[in-house]
Every structure is written in C-alpha cells, then in structure tokens.
Design a protein around this ligand. Structure first.
Ligand code: FNR
Length: 382
C-alpha cells in the first residue's frame, strides 16, 4: 500500500489485480458515461478560498450525522458484489471503516449478509441498504434482518426503477460470469492473487438472494433479485417504510430540491444526493452541481449526504461548504479493497482523511464544524 499516494493509485493497482470483468464493473457507468465523467470533472468548476494566519495548530475532523458523532464527515456507501473484489469484502470494508471511526453501509447485493458483517464488527456503525421488492413480504424480511443485525440506518435506494445498459458489462458478458469464455478464463487465470483469495472464500452467493431461494449461482441470484426491484415504487411506499422502520431512514438517489422536500415531508432523517455513481440516468446532473440547491431547500432540517466522484480531500471540503453533512464514497474503497483487502480500504480512508486535514488547515480552518458553518462564503464558482 505504500506505493499508493492517492485514490488514482489504488484504482490502478485494483485494475492490475482484478479480472477485467470486475474492474470494468466497478469503473463503468451507464450509456455514454457522461454523468459518470461529470461527477469527477465538475469539481474543477469550483474553487476554495484560502485564508492565512489563523492558528490552525489543532484540528478536529469529527462530524455529526445521522444522529451520531463520527471521526470524519465520511462513510462507505453500499457497493454490490464487494465480496467478489477482495476476500470477505463486506466484512473487511466494515472493519476498516470501524477502525477509522466511520460508518459503512451494506448493499442489498452484498455477498456476505449483514448479520455476518455485524457479528464480525460489533464495535462499528453499520447501515443497511434496501431495495423495495415487488414481493413486500420478502422486503419485510430484509428489513427485519437489518433491524436484528443492529443497523443504525436504512438507506432506501430510489434511483433504480430500471437498470440501464452498462455497455462495458454488456461487452464483457458480466451477466454470464458463471460461464466464462476462453478469453475471460485467460484473463481470470492471469490474476492469481484474486483467484487465490476467491478460492479461500468458497462459492460466492448474494447473501439476501440465497436466503430467498433465488437460485444457486451468484449471477442467477443477482439477476433474480434485480428483477424483483419494484419499478412501481412511489412516495406512499416511503410512508409505509417510515412506519415500519424505527431507526434512521435515508433516501438515496435524490437530485432535485423538490424530491428532497418530499423526503423531508415523508419523515426521512436524511437523503443522499446521488446519481448512483453515474450508473443510472446518463445525462443527469453531477452531484456537486445538484447539491447547493438541495441543501438550500432542506435548510438544515435533515442530513444531506452526497456521493459521486469524490476522489480528493478537497472534494469533501467543498461539499461540506456547499451544505452537505457528510460524503459517502463508493469506488475509492472498492478499489482499495481490490488493491489490498482491509488494508487497502484503510488506505483509501486514510488518504481522504489526510487530504481533508491539510485542506482545512490551508483554508485557515480548525474544524469540520467551522467549514460547515462558513458555508458558501468559503468557496466560489469558477
Ligand atoms: C454501486 N452503487 C450502489 N448503490 C446502491 O444503493 N446499492 C448497490 O448495490 C450499489 N452497488 C454499486 C456497485 C458498484 C460497483 C458501484 C461503483 C456503485 C452506488 C454507490 O452506492 C454510490 O452511489 C456510488 O458508487 C458513488 O459514486 P463513486 O464514489 O463510486 O464515484
């Protein structure tokens, strides 16, 4: 890990270790990948203000969001198939997050189910991500499992009414993974450290789907689970979920101020301003451009988290100045996991934390709280 000096280094190392079919699955987005690119490139449309001579010798990076104090204004967001990128991926990620004092969210498409992740990480804050399925009784079972596992918050993902074509996955035959072509076999066998890690993990399965009897192979389970995601979802289902779920409820996938206000009316405790990392509506706004209007509409009445394209500490500082309570990352830690297991996830978190710390100091600020209080006066649109 010592050769990885930024998130891009972790990405390169992950690309060398993972079979192409998985590195493309992580890196890719939908259709022309315009939104995927905009998530990263739109940060450059903003600038931070530099103030000097303000005694920044002690600094506090802690932040409060979703009802608890955390070491950083950062969380690990839900990533499907994590257990295919590194050994016991979901457990390793939660462990690294817990050690860094930040929460992590277990995906509905996790290989290792949340009960196991919770059992192995008793001291860390876990969240659970949910898709509402056509079968509401099954959805209830998933909610009950998250509750029993002690999840502090439920993240309802709402930007997946349908799944658009992700062309890299289509070309690679991602859905036919269980029947690799000769070319895929050659690529897979050329990644011996990954093969070894996976062999030790046993047969991969999507934890939730296995429990629901959704088939035997990981791809069959994932496909059947994906087909169960209910495109008929509406705000009345959010009301239902609010009544059903006693802890923090977060709506993930908000890009419009009007939808943020509706989430507030529905009793959500927070939202994630998200376009699913550019994997859903291609042509949608980047999240850093969508954030200011949403934060203004919410006006501090619930937590506004944001994800998409965060690769640098200064990106996190910018989002906090624009009204976010915290930032959620996806690919940075998935690359970390693929590059170096739990140590790689820890490295991803440490890199972002270190960069955030120096950014604060050079802006003339001593704490994340000051950054949030300073708001828009600390940044400008370029
Ligand atoms: C995701 N994301 C996602 N979101 C979700 O709610 N449930 C899921 O199962 C997944 N799975 C998933 C897999 C992979 C490989 C990626 C890259 C993303 C979206 C994720 O939670 C988050 O919104 C984005 O990853 C944020 O963008 P960055 O940080 O990856 O740029």
């Amino acid at each position: 890990m010592k050769d990885c000096h930024n998130i891009a280094d972790l990405r390169r190392m992950a690309g060398r270790r993972l079979p192409r079919i998985f590195s493309d699955y992580i890196d890719g987005g939908s259709h022309s990948e315009l939104t995927l690119g905009a998530n990263e490139s739109d940060f450059a449309r903003w600038r931070l203000r530099q103030h000097v001579l303000r005694d920044v010798s002690t600094r506090d990076l802690s932040a409060t969001f979703l009802g608890a104090s955390h070491a950083l204004p950062l969380m690990l967001g839900p990533i499907g198939f994590l257990g295919m990128f590194g050994r016991r991926g979901e457990v390793a990620a939660a462990r690294a997050a817990g050690a860094a004092g930040i929460p992590s969210c277990v995906s509905a498409f996790a290989i290792r189910p949340i009960d196991e992740v919770a059992r192995e990480n008793p001291a860390s804050t876990l969240y659970s991500q949910l898709y509402v399925l056509r079968d509401r009784a099954l959805t209830e079972t998933l909610i009950a499992r998250a509750e029993a596992a002690g999840a502090a918050a439920l993240f309802l993902t709402v930007d997946t009414a349908v799944t658009p074509v992700r062309e890299r996955d289509a070309r690679n035959g991602f859905r036919n993974l269980t029947r690799p072509t000769l070319g895929q076999w050659c690529n897979i066998l050329g990644r011996p450290s990954w093969c070894w890690a996976m062999t030790r993990d046993g047969k991969p399965e999507v934890g939730h789907a296995r429990a629901a009897g959704f088939g035997r192979g990981v791809m069959e389970q994932a496909g059947n689970l994906a087909r169960q995601i209910d495109p008929g979802l509406s705000w009345s289902d959010v009301d239902w979920l609010r009544r059903r779920w006693p802890r923090k409820l977060v709506i993930k996938g908000i890009l419009e101020p009007e939808d943020a206000r509706r989430a507030l009316d529905a009793g959500a405790d927070g939202i994630v301003v998200s376009n699913h990392g550019g994997r859903q509506l291609d042509g949608a706004s980047s999240t850093i451009m969508a954030l200011p209007a949403i934060a203004e509409a919410v006006a501090g009445r619930m937590d506004v988290l944001v994800d998409g394209g965060f690769r640098r500490g200064w990106h996190i500082a910018l989002a906090l100045a624009l009204g976010a309570s915290a930032v959620s990352v996806g690919r940075p830690y998935a690359w970390g996991l693929a590059a170096g297991g739990e140590a790689g996830v820890a490295r991803a978190i440490a890199l972002l934390a270190g960069e955030l710390d120096s950014t604060l100091a050079l802006m003339g600020l001593s704490s994340v709280a000051e950054l949030r209080a300073g708001g828009g006066s600390l940044v400008h649109f370029n």
